[in-house]
Design a protein around this ligand. Structure first.
Ligand SMILES: Cc1ncc(COP(=O)(O)O)c(C=O)c1O
Length: 408
């Protein structure tokens, strides 16, 4: 007899479908296809020899410790190295303000679980990081989405949305933003908006969750303070920071950290006890070595130089192959790994995705980056992974594909 599994699944999980992008990636098996779809850092930037040396050293020093269980909140060596790393960014915290995570995705999962009951609201941009939507969805919240603007989140729009939700007796639990080179748009939040967002957070007493995987990857323009830093000039307890080593060091380690008020961090620590327990010590040790032994500042400077060139090639080729009359526009990010292209409204980029793979080029259809009522005429484009030559070819293929579909 066949078991009826579905009816046994919990209410939170029954309709939960995971990552929409994952299913599309399965269609990208043809090696001739140039993928602008993933969010992968380039392996050209990986510190492979340095990792090998650090690994050998740690294994020789104390393999038994690496093979053992370890502290749930994280390795003290790593915590101290992160505290110093954040000081470079004018953020000052102590050990009670940080929990090491198994990367940014776990950081988001801990956040969603900590704050949301089913039916509670989360305020966020439209579009926003699809992985955050997936993480938060486990709690079945209401997504209060507001269209992002050229200079970042629409803070007035956030306020209207909060007032509307409160008017409907829906508790608003937190505001989620990626202020630096947002995934998927590449847009950064201006300084006045960072301050205005904090004003809003204080006025309505709603915490901000600041997700910062790309902060160190600025190719143009001046650094802007993290919202976490700005809050430290106020009461310093309204922002939770979500960080990852994925784009600093490498995603394979799956190590990151959350920072915030001690009560929040202690509770995240408790949640961690129920899922991963401790993050792998070996991986944490490699991240400590990255911060202490691998001259991370020089490394980040060379990553910036490397990606700056790729972005320039991409933007120049777009300019050449997508003249104004085609009706395609795109963001011009100052950092990060992505940009956001908008096609004429009659085109549906999910349908276009299936056509584009026939032209051997792929992107992510924009609709996966919306919590509700997705817009259909956008695409997320990654410029970090393909080579410069591939980037130029990919733009030409995309242009060929689009021109045909705009004529029909
Ligand atoms: C905005 C944002 N937050 C969090 C993450 C998750 O990071 P990780 O891959 O380290 O789990 C990503 C990954 O792409 C991201 O773009």
């Amino acid at each position: 007899m066949q078991q009826d599994w579905i009816s046994r699944f919990s209410d939170n999980i029954r309709d939960y479908d995971g990552y929409a992008i994952g299913k599309l990636f399965k269609l990208l098996g043809d090696p001739a296809t140039i993928s602008l779809a993933g969010g992968l850092p380039s392996p050209d930037t990986f510190l492979k020899n340095e990792l090998q040396r650090a690994s050998q050293k740690r294994l020789q020093e104390d393999a038994a410790a690496i093979m053992q269980y370890t502290d749930i909140s994280g390795e003290m060596d790593l915590i101290e190295a992160v505290i110093q790393f954040l000081q470079e960014d004018h953020i000052s915290i102590s050990t009670e303000n940080i929990v090491i995570t198994s990367s940014g995705q776990q950081g988001l999962d801990l956040t969603g679980r900590l704050f949301s009951n089913p039916g509670d609201a989360v305020i966020l941009d439209r579009p926003t990081f699809a992985g955050a939507l997936v993480a938060f969805q486990m709690q079945r919240p209401v997504f209060g989405g507001v269209d992002i603007q050229e200079d970042g989140s629409d803070i007035d729009g956030f306020e209207k949305k909060i007032a509307e939700l409160i008017g409907q007796n829906i508790p608003v639990k937190f505001i989620y933003v990626v202020p630096d080179f947002q995934n998927p748009t590449g847009i950064s939040m201006s300084l006045p908006k960072r301050e205005a967002l904090l004003d809003l957070s204080y006025e309505y007493d709603i915490p901000i969750v600041e997700d910062s995987p790309y902060r160190s990857l600025r190719y143009h323009g001046a650094n802007l303070p993290a919202i976490f830093e700005l809050d430290q000039h106020r009461s310093g307890d309204h922002v939770i920071g979500v960080y990852t080593f994925s784009k600093l060091f490498c995603p394979g380690m799956r190590v990151g950290f959350n920072i915030g008020p001690p009560a929040v961090i202690a509770k995240m620590d408790n949640i961690k006890q129920g899922n991963t327990l401790n993050s792998p010590k070996y991986n944490q040790d490699m991240c400590t070595a990255f911060l202490q032994e691998m001259d991370w500042k020089t490394h980040m400077a060379s990553c910036r130089a490397y990606y700056r060139e790729k972005l320039a090639v991409f933007l120049d080729t777009m300019q050449e192959y997508f003249p104004k009359e085609i009706g395609v526009s795109w963001t011009k990010p100052e950092g990060g790994l992505f940009l956001w292209a908008t096609v004429p409204p009659q085109l549906d980029t999910l349908a276009l995705f299936h056509e584009a793979i026939k032209f051997k080029v792929a992107f992510v259809p924009g609709e996966v980056f919306y919590g509700e009522n997705p817009a259909k005429n956008h695409m997320r484009i990654n410029f970090s992974y393909p080579s410069k030559e591939q980037l130029a070819i990919a733009v030409k293929r995309l242009s060929d594909c689009l021109r045909i579909h705009l004529q029909t």
